[in-house]
Ligand binder design. Structure first.
Ligand code: MG
Length: 387
């Protein structure tokens, strides 16, 4: 491999962020070469990606799909299978940067291993910081690994902080679109179907995060993410609804000044910033036309309609394993909702049950987080069956 190119590995390369990352990589004029691409089971897309990007290796997590891939592929590099192989790919010494875009808790261990090796991480899997933020940030400090959030909000905060002293931050103001049910009457929330919830007004994303956006748990997760990434206190993180998704977030400083980052809602912008940080490269995306947009509006989040946002703040305040419980219960609840086993309004009840039921431990180890995740999944699944 050529010396001047950096090696980039993508965990979850066939998901929404994974595909957009490859899109960005293609337009970065050979700045990056691909280390590993990992997928759960989308081997058809993986075959195309392997042909276009010629990675060092690929990982297919599900064995059945791995066997099919091996039988049919023309790819000549390393082909690996299973969860351990995902961790192996993440922690490969040749990696300069790992894009962690796995869904849910499955992102925690591979991301942690990359960080322990001192590899920089472009983090799109926010559940990693939600479930294990304390451990992840501590290990990153130890190893010197840089964590750059690929989330549009945290990218906006990071961009607003360039040239600023952390001590002059007064508040981080995360913007939220409000999702598809911002203007829906609360009486109609019970009848919300998965199909309706999957229709996000501004962003095109994977299913899990789209449901999280509809309940506003996504914003709650982003509050927790911001807490770990920017080292502020909980009461220094505010959320404001901004339905146009043009201002991606803001920082308010001690002198009362506010800096914001604006742009069209296109994830390739924060992805590209994470891959070229602290530099910017020329990009031919469509440009924002403010006169065409006309007005930007803001309002306070309605916690009665979106109790998940409050639950996330609460879990962060409790600390220890509480955010891991929040995350696991949410994953189970979202899956059950998508499978039409529970109502939209049951999602927060499932999470509330878990937070009330499971004993919280402070300063947990990664093993304790993994076991609390398992326990939460088991108890919430039982709770759902009896609903
Ligand atoms: Mg976001």
């Amino acid at each position: 491999m050529k010396q001047n190119k950096k090696i980039l590995t993508i965990l979850g390369s066939t998901g929404s962020i994974g595909k957009q990352t490859l899109d960005v990589v293609s337009s970065l004029n050979g700045m990056y070469e691909i280390g590993y691409l990992t997928v759960n089971k989308n081997i058809k897309e993986l075959e195309k990606q392997a042909e276009t990007f010629n990675p060092k290796g690929v990982v297919i997590k599900e064995e059945e799909y791995y066997r099919d891939f091996v039988k049919t592929t023309r790819f000549k590099g390393e082909i690996l299978c299973g969860e351990e192989a995902v961790i192996y790919a993440a922690a490969d010494e040749q990696n300069d940067i790992v894009v962690s875009s796995l869904v849910g808790f499955s992102g925690v261990l591979p991301t942690l291993k990359a960080i322990e090796k001192g590899i920089d991480v472009a983090l799109a899997n926010k559940e990693t910081l939600v479930a294990a933020g304390e451990i992840i940030t501590r290990e990153a400090e130890k190893s010197g690994s840089k964590i750059i959030a690929v989330d549009s909000e945290h990218s906006a905060v990071l961009q607003s902080l360039v040239g600023e002293d952390d001590k002059s931050i007064e508040k981080i103001i995360l913007t939220a679109s409000g999702g598809p049910f911002l203007n829906k009457n609360i009486d109609e929330f019970e009848g919300i179907t998965a199909r309706e919830a999957l229709r996000h007004p501004n962003w095109s994303m994977g299913n899990k995060i789209t449901i999280d956006s509809a309940t506003m748990m996504n914003k709650g997760f982003e509050v927790i993410e911001a807490y770990w990434l920017f080292g502020v206190e909980i009461n220094q993180i505010d959320v404001v609804i901004h339905p146009q998704s043009i201002i991606h977030s803001m920082v308010q400083f001690v002198d009362g000044s506010i800096k914001a980052q604006l742009g069209l809602p296109d994830m390739r912008i924060p992805i590209s910033y994470a891959l070229t940080y602290p530099n910017r490269l020329k990009y031919d995306f469509p440009r924002l036309d403010l006169a065409k947009i006309g007005s930007l509006t803001f309002l306070k989040p309605d916690v009665e309609k979106f109790p998940c946002l409050d639950l996330a703040y609460k879990a962060l305040e409790i600390g220890g394993t509480a955010p891991a419980v929040l995350n696991a219960a949410n994953e189970i609840a979202v899956e059950a909702f998508l499978n039409e086993k529970i109502k939209f309004t049951d999602i927060h009840k499932v999470i509330q049950f878990a937070l009330g039921k499971i004993e919280i431990k402070q300063n947990p180890s990664i093993e304790e987080i993994v076991s609390i995740d398992k326990l939460t999944r088991k108890l919430t699944s039982n709770f759902i069956t009896n609903l």
